[in-house]
Design a protein around this ligand. Structure first.
Ligand code: HEC
Length: 473
């Protein structure tokens, strides 16, 4: 008797909440067989959910104001129960999301995943890519430490150069003519409301399209497909076939879940081992700040650092726009019927070259150059030069402040700025001072105003004068 009642209640619930339809339409669906890498989408979806949940908890304690932001992040990290863990999960999920997203994008290029009838899925994906990058950038400004404000200044500077709308963009983000009280609330609102809502809508639609058009199945990957109709026929045959198809639940779901599970584990391990993103000293509106960026951004800085200064800014602004246009146009430019890794040698070469270039640039940046990370080795004293103890201090500081990540001394050090022992130009104390504190706009050297004490500056200059005077005697 009780059993029957129970069954009636369960049936009622399944019916009224239309659970059977989910089962029939979504779970029991036959799909083309996926491989391990098809789980990257599920991993991205999981990361997004972690970000929403941890973000909601962070929002309970975060204060988006000039005075409160940094101390609230400190409070979350140092005092709040498990605050460091929540911030760590948020931080590492965001980083991995960028990484998995790039993987997801590159693999579509390798397989030809954007080909008909999946152009819509691809175009929404491209929008998603840029929206995720935008939120990540906004997110790290919220920390309001030295790195955050440096990133914000660079971003605003670039925005300003966008044709036609640049100035308005800057005003909208800043909420006024300068970075001020209005700025953080705006960035906060964009990071937690505007962009996530956009992401939610785009992700929903993207997934709907994946359900409608499926993944690039086994047959498509091995034989040329001339048009959307042919693709649909082949896909259906794959899905129904015993060895080339499977039921979404549990077969596909298990594989996707495995990928997502591994990514989740990586996030947890990174959080436990490395903790949340490092907090630099609090942002300061007056002094200039230390140039730095998030790790997944470093290849881009390296590239801009390698380009001649007159090209660097144009490149910085132009690159995302050009990248967007190329990605959006890809399905319409690449009309070849071939899909699958093995049939797309050009895509394999292009993607490999991009990956190698990005990794090499990132590693160059990590080993310090362009933006002057501290060096452990000071430059050797040139032959025939006697340093006073005061100048010897300067030699040490020359390394500590990363000058030798750009300047060589008598051939020892990096060649990105002039060799300060052999430049052929003799500078006065005042000229040195001026250049180091406030280098002319057009040269690729960071200003040291506010980062060196007078004493340190004088020691460095003393060192440089010893070196140059001896060379030019
Ligand atoms: C990111 C790279 C970079 C860093 C770091 C850097 N500089 Fe420079 N520096 C340059 C470049 C580039 C120039 C100008 C080259 C030119 O004139 O075209 C320059 C010019 C100079 C000059 C003028 C040289 C001349 O003969 O005109 C001096 C002096 C100088 N830097 C000192 C320093 C000192 C001291 C430090 C550390 C506190 C430092 N620089 C850190 C890149 C750098």
């Amino acid at each position: 008797m009780a059993g029957e009642r129970m069954k009636a209640i369960v049936d009622w619930t399944l019916d009224r909440f239309a659970v059977k339809q989910i089962e029939k339409g979504l779970l029991d669906r036959r799909v083309a067989k996926g491989t391990w890498y098809h789980g990257d989408g599920a991993a991205l979806f999981l990361l997004f959910k972690i970000l929403l949940i941890t973000g909601a908890f962070l929002a309970l304690s975060y204060t988006p104001s000039l005075d409160g932001a940094y101390s609230s992040v400190r409070y979350i990290t140092e005092d709040q129960t498990l605050g460091w863990f929540v911030r760590g999960l948020h931080y590492w999920s965001a980083g991995l999301m960028v990484l998995v997203l790039v993987f997801h994008l590159l693999r579509q290029i390798l397989l030809g995943g954007y080909k008909s009838p999946r152009e819509g899925t691809w175009l929404i994906g491209v929008l998603l890519f840029f929206a995720v990058i935008a939120t990540s950038l906004l997110g790290y400004v919220l920390r309001w430490d030295e790195r955050a404000i440096y990133g914000l200044r660079v971003a605003l500077n670039l925005m300003y150069r966008v044709p036609l709308i640049g100035e308005s963009l800057v005003l909208i983000v800043q909420g006024g003519p300068h970075i001020g009280e209005q700025t953080l609330p705006r960035i906060y609102a964009m990071h937690v409301i505007f962009v996530p809502l956009l992401l939610l809508a785009l992700i929903g639609y993207h997934m709907y399209l994946v359900v409608m058009h499926g993944i690039t199945g086994p047959t498509e990957r091995s034989q040329p497909v001339s048009d959307a109709d042919e693709q649909r026929r082949l896909y259906k045959a794959d899905a129904m076939s015993e060895e080339r198809g499977e039921t979404f639940f549990p077969s596909t779901a298990a594989k996707s879940g495995a990928f997502a599970g591994v990514v989740f584990l990586v996030v947890v391990v990174l959080t436990l081992v490395l903790g949340p993103g490092y907090l630099y000293p609090e942002a300061n509106l007056v002094k200039s700040s230390f140039p730095m960026e998030e790790w997944w951004w470093s290849w881009y800085s390296a590239l801009a650092g390698l380009l001649p200064p007159w090209l660097a800014t144009t490149f910085y602004v132009g690159f995302p726009i050009v990248l967007f246009l190329i990605l959006a146009a890809l399905p319409f430019l690449d009309r070849s019927p071939r899909r699958g890794l093995r049939n797309r040698p050009v895509a394999v070469v292009v993607v490999s070259v991009c990956v190698i270039v990005i990794l090499s640039l990132g590693s160059l940046r990590a080993r310090s150059p362009w933006m002057a990370f501290p060096h452990s080795e000071p430059p050797p004293v040139p032959d025939g030069v006697q340093l006073s103890p005061y100048a010897e201090q300067g030699r040490q500081l020359f390394a500590q402040f990363g000058c030798n990540s750009c300047h060589a001394i008598d051939g020892h050090g990096a060649p990105f700025g002039p060799d300060l022992a052999a430049s052929g130009r003799v500078l006065s104390h005042a000229q040195f001072r001026k250049i180091i504190l406030d280098p002319p706009e057009e040269i690729a050297m960071p200003p040291y105003e506010g980062r060196l004490t007078d004493e340190e500056l004088n020691q460095i200059i003393d060192f440089l004068m010893h070196v140059q005077i001896t060379r030019h005697r």
